[in-house]
Design a protein. Sequence first.
Length: 73
Amino acid sequence: MEQRNADAADVGVKNRRPTFIAYQVRDGNDQASYWDRVGVAWSNRDGGYTVQLHSIPLSGRIVLSRPKARDEA
């Protein structure tokens, strides 16, 4: 029963724009940070988030940022 409810909630995610873009942020040697897009996240009705990662960073940190017009996918 739980699995079916989770699947039903995921169906709506495919047709919505993401709430956040997930970036891997790594600090560089020259005090610059490198931001690589690694996924997206959608808000759920219960206040939580569904996160879909396209890759899993081995170092650095993951930052969720609101999408800009050019970032929406």
